[in-house]
Design a protein around this ligand. Structure first.
Ligand SMILES: [Zn+2]
Length: 230
């Protein structure tokens, strides 16, 4: 609930915590502490994929405020999540190349920026702080614009993205594909396929901020699907 002082702070500062409305320039300490990452690694197809948590609760609020609401003040929180997933995936590897999943034209128009590429850059800075040398190489391109996926079945999502990506250059490994949301895994698998076809090696796997809950309502947004992605 927002009190008069929060509204007053908004007027003076023009900003507040995007999760609880508390006044301030950034997400508040209480929310940041409550939305801490909880990374896990799983196999999607034959690709190891790490996620920083399930898309629910305050983490869901944070992801949506960042992705759909344009709350750029959450960039460090989301990057912290993705960095934790990357570290969970790579183990003791100390140098990686992050390859972001490409955005569709629709996503760039709606978000006003290359959301996942910007996220990868923030994540690389976070990783540097824990001794991981991470380079960002946005080499993947869409060969065709994919359909909005959020109303598609699992099988149709795979068909929608199959063969949709190509690598404009060959990143030097070890490579980690990064994205914001893991839904069925179709997008991340397509990204790994395209990088493998380009000769990128080794590809350690993929990392995403959150994993959608099975059966959850998709969120219209992002490249081509709802709560899209990987
Ligand atoms: Zn807060």
């Amino acid at each position: 609930m927002r009190g008069w002082w929060q509204a007053a702070a908004d007027l003076v500062l023009g900003v507040c915590c995007p999760l609880c409305g508390a006044p301030g320039l950034h997400p508040c300490r209480t929310c940041v502490a409550a939305v801490a990452p909880d990374p896990v690694v799983m196999d999607v197809g034959d690709v190891p994929v790490a996620v920083a948590g399930v898309h629910r609760g305050l983490r869901r609020e944070a992801l949506l405020a960042w992705k759909v609401g344009g709350a750029a003040s959450l960039d460090p929180v989301i990057a912290h999540h993705l960095a934790s997933a990357v570290v969970c995936l790579i183990g003791d590897v100390s140098s990686v190349t992050l390859v972001p999943v490409p955005s569709t034209r629709r996503s760039r128009r709606e978000r006003g920026r290359e959301l996942v590429t910007d996220l990868a850059a923030s994540t690389a800075r976070t990783l540097a702080g824990v001794g991981v040398d991470a380079q960002v190489r946005p080499v993947l391109r869409l060969r065709r614009q994919t359909r909005d996926q959020h109303a598609l079945s699992r099988g149709d999502r795979a068909l929608n993205v199959a063969g949709s990506m190509a690598a404009a250059a060959v990143p030097t490994g070890p490579v980690v594909v990064v994205d914001d949301v893991l839904t069925t895994g179709a997008t991340l698998l397509e990204a790994v396929r395209a990088l493998s076809a380009s000769g990128a090696f080794p590809i350690l796997g993929a990392a995403a901020v959150v994993m959608a809950q099975p059966g959850s309502t998709p969120v219209a947004s992002h490249p081509g699907d709802g709560l899209r992605s990987g």
